[in-house]
Design a binder for this molecule. Sequence first.
Ligand SMILES: Cc1cc2nc3c(=O)[nH]c(=O)nc-3n(C[C@H](O)[C@H](O)[C@H](O)COP(=O)(O)OP(=O)(O)OC[C@H]3O[C@@H](n4cnc5c(N)ncnc54)[C@H](O)[C@@H]3O)c2cc1C
Ligand code: SF4
Length: 523
Amino acid sequence: MTMNGHFDVIIIGTGAGGGTLANRLADSGKRILLLERGDYVPREKDNWDPRPVNLEGKYQTKEVWRDRDGKPLHPHTNYNVGGNTKFYGAALFRLREHDFGEVRHNGGLSPAWPISYDELEPYYTQSERLYHVHGERGIDPTDPPASAPYPHPAVSHEPRIRDLAEDFAAQGLRPFPVPLGILLDEKNPRASRCIRCSTCDGFPCLVSAKSDAQVCAVDPILDRGNVTLLTRAKAEKLLTDGLGRRVDRVVVERDGAREEYSADVVVSSCGAINSAALLLRSANDQHPNGLANGSGVVGRHYMGHVNSVLMAVSKCPNPTVFQKTLGVNDYYVPTKEWDYPMGHISFVGKLDGVTLSGGAPAIAPGFTLELMAKHSLDFWLTSEDLPDPENRVSLDAQGNIVLSYAPNNEEGHKRLIQKLKGLMQAQRKCQVHGHECHQGLFSRNLFVGQRIPLAGVAHQCGTLRFGHDPRTSVLDTNCKAHELDNLYVVDASFFPSSGAVNPALTIMANALRVGDHLLERMR
Ligand SMILES: Cc1cc2nc3c(=O)[nH]c(=O)nc-3n(C[C@H](O)[C@H](O)[C@H](O)COP(=O)(O)OP(=O)(O)OC[C@H]3O[C@@H](n4cnc5c(N)ncnc54)[C@H](O)[C@@H]3O)c2cc1C
Ligand code: SF4
């Protein structure tokens, strides 16, 4: 076996975690190797076409995983430069301050994080700058304290969404503009890179105007002599020294050939499912249950949020193009009516008839799918799921990924859906159809009741949680494996709890935090 090179740092994966960490380390002059199993997402008209993107899954991995019953699972996840941020909706939320403490849910306890919100706050501010977040502080009642305003003004609502915001406010809620990472300049539309289109959430941006990890973090550092990016380079295994204390070599399969690389520091950032799988595949004599897995915790406590997409269909059309501008967090915390959190309400990108035809939605009476999509407000509801050791990533005999998951803490989510139903029924009278305008709420797909199916692993986290105690966590508070001197993890694996807002900004902020630790370590 030939060694293909030694580096100061190897980062495996170029998504929210790995891409952001590389950006932080690039100026140090340290020799950095980025290993990415995918390629660049090609720039082509299909990028913005719902048929190839949503129906044919053109850009998704073709990998097949298994669920706990051994049934094949076709994960909706993406292997490419920028990772899943190439396809994300770019809603870039901070976790709420109390999410870092223990939170009492109807379904059990959401555990505290080993670091406080204050420790992450400076890095949230820095990631909001790096990822050009647009927003306005202090309107969302659950907004945590921030040391700086958002770097860019909130993205404006289109008329239908503005009306809805007024309706919600009239009902006593405090709707707010969702923080968004898009390179939009509404004051100067001719120069704005983002054109505010309808194919953003779930699609790659054809004009590179989405704040994804490729555009904001990886591409800007590739001209540095000290940064090397290898695409189509899949990390297969991590080998340790004889004592099992250091990762000695990273075994890579690139274009069908086996290569080996070494580094002083090795960082896994393959996404929560693939980082756990990589450690399990790297079992050896010193680490018989998987690398860094003396605790048995590797792969366990998988979380992915309790999510629903609900379409509120009305007789009047919804002409909104860019829909993801409005959020409601009034039910994120216990309320007068219920002692527990319910969750977060916002939007997905505007749904279309082609996309709907892939999901078998319930059809509103008298509507076709096409018509329904033209007349719907498309809500995204998220509630927190709790870390259960039996919800886990493991490997089958061939080394393929097995994802076992049973949903939990669902009562709050059901109540959130009922809340939204009530709110929509209590909207102001429409001038044309009166109260008859609203036709009801319809679930986006019927795979698992109203829930996003397991194949949707968009918000995966928690499989290598960080903590103080090596018996119950895999990583220490710097996200270094307790059992190894030079192995770090900066993707969503480290989350001890999932909160109920989208995870990417927290992954980015943590990667910057770990980056500062590594700069200190390597000085
Ligand atoms: C459709 C969609 C919409 C979303 N919308 C939002 C949103 O609005 N807001 C939000 O906060 N989050 C959103 N998310 C979630 C967000 O994209 C993820 O939380 C985030 O990208 C996870 O970051 P990560 O670094 O953990 O992993 P990823 O971004 O998935 O990066 C992992 C990288 O590792 C690479 N890799 C994996 N295995 C290997 C290996 N063995 N060797 C080499 N490379 C490997 C992958 O190819 C990938 O590039 C969305 C996700 C999807 C799919
Ligand atoms: S809305 Fe803007 S950032 Fe999103 S895909 Fe369209 S042009 Fe790109």
